[in-house]
Structures are given as C-alpha cells and as structure tokens.
Ligand binder design. Sequence first.
Ligand code: 2IT
Length: 450
Amino acid sequence: MKNAYVNRVFERVKAKNANEPEFLQAVQEVLESLEPVVEKMPELEKNAILERMVDPDRIFTFRVTWVDDNGAVQTNLGYRVQFNSAIGPYKGGLRFHKAVNPSMLKFLGFEQTFKNALTTLPMGGAKGGSDFDPVGKSDAEIMRFCQAFMLELWNNIGVDTDVPAGDVGVGGREIGYLNGMYQKLARKYHTGVLTGKGMTWGGSILRPEATGYGALYFVEYMLAKAGKDIKGKTVAVSGFGNVAWGASKKAVELGAKVVAISGPDGVCEIPNGITNEMIDYMLEMRSSNRNKVEDMATKFPAACKFTAGKKAWSVKCDIALPCAFQNELNEADAKELLANGTWCVAEVSNMGCTPEAIHAFQSAGVLFAPGKAVNAGGVATSGLEMTQNCEHLSWTAEEVDERLHQIMKSIHEQCVEHGTQPDGTINYVNGANIAGFMKVAQAMLEQGVV
Ligand code: 2IT
C-alpha cells in the first residue's frame, strides 16, 4: 500500500490481529481500494476514521451449554460482533459452523458494514454465531442449542439495537427456535428483533429467496452493462443451501442453465441443466443436516453425475457463482475456470474468492463482482422485513421484489460510479468498497468523536 496513512493503519491491524487471517484479508482488500479516496480526504486521518472502522465497536463472547440426545452435556462458544452502528442499528446474520471463530466473525462483520451501507437502507454492521456444528444433529438438538444460545444473547439485541438473521447453518427453522426463546425471555412481543422469520409471525415474503434473487439481478445489470445477456448461458453454483437455492431458482427463471452444484463431498454435474424439482430437493438436502451433495445424484441418477473430491469450478461454464463459504474459490480454481472459458464470476458467498483468484480474474478481463455488492439483496430484504414489522403490515411478493430490484440496481450504479477506471472498464471491487465506505465515513464524520 502506497498511502502512508493507509499503510500505517494496516500495519497496526496486522500487529493487533496477527492470528486472524480472514479478518486481515477482508481489511486489506478494503484498504487497498480506499487509497485514492484517502489521498483526497485529509479529514479521514485527522478524525482517525480508518482506525475506528477497522475495530469492532464491541464483541460479546459467551459459553453455550446444552444437552444432546444421549443426555450428554455439550458446550460451545457463542459470539456477537457489533461492528459499526454509524448509519443504523447493528444488522447481520448468525453463522453456526464448526470453524466459526473471532477471525471469521470479524471479517464478516467488517464486510457487513459496507454491504449494508450499499443497500441504501439505514443498517449498521454486525455478525455472530457459534462453533456449534449442525452436521448430523437432530431437530431436537438444534432446538435446544438455539434456545441455549438465545438465553445468553437476548439482552444484547433488540429492534433498535441489533437485529440478527440467518447465515451458514442458520435458516428459517433456527430463526424460529431463536425467536421463540427471545419472546419468552423478553415477556413482550418484539416483532422485528430477528429477520428471516416465518410468514405467519412477521417474516417477509421473498426473504428466503432474496440473497440468490438479488445476486442474479445484479448479474443481469452487470451483463447488460457489458452488452451481454444471461439467456442460454451455463452457470456453475457451489453449495446447496439457502443462497445456492435462490440463485439457482432465479438463474433458471431467467433462462440460464445451471450445469453444476457442489458440496463439501464433491460436485454434481447436470449436463441438461438443473430442474425445478431438483432445486426443490436442495431444501430437503439442507434440512437433513447430512451436508452431502451426492444425495442429489442418488435422487436423480439419470440427470446428475457425482464426482467425489471435485469442486463446481472443474465444470465448464460461462458464469461461476460461489454460493457457499469464504475462500471457496482459489487461484488454481480460477485458472481452471479461465481455461474452460468462464467470462463472469459473481461472488454470492461472502469473500468467496481468494485475493489471488480475484487478481487472476481481473487480469484476464473477466467480469468480476464481490460478495458485498452481489449478495446484499439478502440483508436488504431483511431491512424490508424490519420496515414491514414497524408498519405492522405485510407487503405482497410483487412489492418486495420490486424494491429488491431497485436496490440491486442502485448497488450496481454505485459500483459503476465509484469503480469506473480511466480506461472505461469497471472495477466492481473498488466500486463497492469505496461506495460503502463513503456512506459510513460521512456518517461518522458528522457524528463526532464517539
Ligand atoms: O451475509 C449476509 O448478508 C447475511 N447473512 C444476511 C444478514 C441479514 O441480516 O439478513
């Protein structure tokens, strides 16, 4: 990094968070994008804006104790990282995954701050979760864990303070159990303290689909800007959770052909394209907690070919959509995609690509867009759920979809405004980082030294 202030801040972040590689990766990417802005805005250094932005406001860490189906007492660690509330109450998902640790949640909370700023809605950034591993757990165990988790968290969240939602390992079922315990403890019905709720108790129609739908709307805008069309194009998707499900549904609806989905165990190739029946089956695969994509090939043997140990990126496609986990697409994967002629990559997972992979795509002139822009439709629709809860109203699917469309259009425009290079190409990474940063930085400058 060339700018002295940016460099000093990054050195400090590295020294203080030496054992947190994901967090350092997320901070480095944003700081690199911000160099031209920092050059032009001396007030940022004077007010220590970067120093204040790279440290979370606070982190809650707590033990979660629960009893498994065999009667054995289990413990996990739970966290809530309240990162930045300059533009609104803390907002962001909860991740239940065995690898969850402070580095992962800090990177996610940091990214969430800029992503939420891009949505045009007033939401600060947060993330939370636990190292609880849902794989192989029964429904009763999931419920007991969610209840024990909320027993610790409930007093630190609220409609106007911090509004959690789902993320990896936390879907509609988990939000139900978490909300049930929250309402019991609070002794008062707070409609909007979690988002991703069920349709009969304050949820927004289309919230389950929104991350994937929004991502495809963003891809459509990105392709239109480049004079291309998604119809008839082949798409590879990683994962089979909520995000991969919504993305596949919308991709098919827009006339694309999803030719691969993958899981931790391998890849399913689907040469004739995924069908709606297969997309529906993803929901069963997710709720089974088996975490195996091979189940798709077992259920649809004529249409799917499963290969163990391979990723979705080994399958020839026009458009690659990482929809699973951070750093799921590395430099070797990027080279394989490039060799197979892939010309568009949109991160639907948070930080789905390694920096080396992004570099490979950008150097090859591939249309590349980062997670904080592409997947922002999920949290944006959470914001719309909060609005409906405030109004004590439920909007129609048409109204939610129309607003989601508008929001993704605005995010794309913000990326173009801040990411257009002198040669006319668009660097969506820089565009998203700068646009999100400018909004949060301005809010912090206007609200003084806090
Ligand atoms: O990464 C994300 O934006 C989410 N997991 C959704 C967060 C939310 O509050 O809906």
